[in-house]
Design a protein around this ligand. Structure first.
Ligand code: PLP
Length: 367
């Protein structure tokens, strides 16, 4: 079986280094928020090009804590895109705020900046820009909108660790950057983990307190929660961070190979925005016969994925309740056609070639 993502293969790549780091944490004295977390925070901040990084329990918490640090709460509105992981929207509601969802730009699958003015109200306090599938949203247009209305810009960078917009790493451009380090992400732990980046000293210290009951010297200065990061995950992430650029270029090479090999097929291939690169968290194509293709892959021992099969605003928990822009037609139509091909740093060219062969075989039978 060729998997869509394969975090276990990545463990094998760095196995001895990871095992000795984990053992040394276990033999040490701190299991949560210790030296490994501190070192990871410094290394990640410097990698991203932000002044501060704060380790938290997962990516959903990262977004919720970012919103709380900005004092966004009940009665406030936060704009984001419907074509994202449910987590983005769940985090907004966890902060007490109301999510307002917009459509995507057809070509890049990312938040449509042209709809921001349409859904803006006096209650709007922030936009969460989701860098989807490995590449940047139209960050300049979104930042312009946020600056114009003096509202906050949060980057959900959970699918684009290490990607650039011009010469800046994503996650360093807005007021706060949020990252999930779920195992399948480009920077993935062996369990749950998340990171928050910011250049703002006050926000950094507030987030640091809020991840542990709002504590300052063990007295709650703010209302907070428990969203701590543990030492084992931090130690693993420090190792993976060293290899992030090289792992990202392995993904990019595979994407290049897919693009070359599949260019003749009647499908829509991923496009990369000018002024930015993609770290190909996912390789998503569009096919008119998506469901048949998905089955054909499955029968041939290839696991393709759907990111995502249903827009958040149409999922049972949100349907008929969540506010959206008037026209959500691009999102609603693309979810019928998108399919994610296997991509991860350890995927061999041989296996990528098998994916290509099966795809071509399917296409020749379905002309
Ligand atoms: C994975 C992901 C999240 C959520 O992260 P968790 O660590 O699973 O909480 C949020 N946003 C996006 C875009 C994601 O891909």
């Amino acid at each position: 079986m060729i998997l869509c993502a394969n975090p276990s293969a990545q463990f094998s790549s760095y196995q001895s280094e990871i095992e000795s780091a984990v053992i040394s944490v276990m033999r040490g004295e701190r299991y949560i928020l210790g030296e490994e977390v501190e070192a990871l925070e410094q290394e990640f901040a410097s990698y991203i090009g932000a002044s501060y990084a704060i380790g938290v329990a997962n990516g959903t918490d990262a977004i919720e804590l970012a919103l709380r640090a900005l004092d966004i709460k009940n009665g406030d509105e936060v704009i984001t895109v419907s074509h994202t992981a449910v987590a983005t929207v769940a985090a907004i509601e966890a902060s007490g705020a109301t999510p307002i969802l917009v459509d995507v730009e057809q070509q890049f699958y990312t938040l449509e900046p042209l709809q921001l003015e349409e859904v803006y109200s006096s209650k709007t306090k922030a936009v969460i820009a989701v860098h989807l599938y490995g590449q940047s949203v139209n960050i300049e247009a979104i930042k312009y909108f946020c600056d114009k209305h003096s509202i906050f810009l949060i980057e959900d960078t959970s699918q684009a660790h290490g990607a650039l917009y011009k010469d800046k790493r994503l996650g360093s451009i807005g007021d706060i950057g949020c990252f999930s380090c779920y195992p399948t992400k480009n920077l993935g732990a062996i369990g749950d983990a998340g990171l928050i980046t910011t250049n703002n000293t006050d926000l950094a210290s507030k987030i640091r307190m809020q991840r542990e009951y709002g504590w300052k010297n063990r007295i709650s200065e703010y209302t907070g929660r428990n969203s701590r990061l543990d030492e084992i995950q931090a130690a693993i992430l420090r190792i993976k961070l060293k290899y992030l650029d090289s792992d990202n270029s392995k993904r990019t090479n595979l994407a290049k190979y897919y693009k070359e090999q599949l260019s003749e097929l009647p499908i829509f291939l991923p496009e990369v925005r000018g002024d930015s690169n993609s770290v190909f968290h996912l390789f998503v194509v569009q096919s008119e016969k998506r469901d048949d293709l998905l089955n054909y892959f499955k029968k041939s021992g290839i696991q393709a994925g759907l990111h995502y099969s249903l827009p958040v605003h149409l999922q049972p928990a949100y349907k008929d309740r969540v506010k959206t822009a008037e026209n959500m037609s691009k999102t609603e139509s693309l979810v019928q056609k998108i399919i994610s091909l296997p991509i991860y740093p350890e995927l061999s060219l041989n296996d990528a070639d098998k994916v290509v062969k099966v795809f071509k075989e399917f296409s020749s039978r379905n002309l």
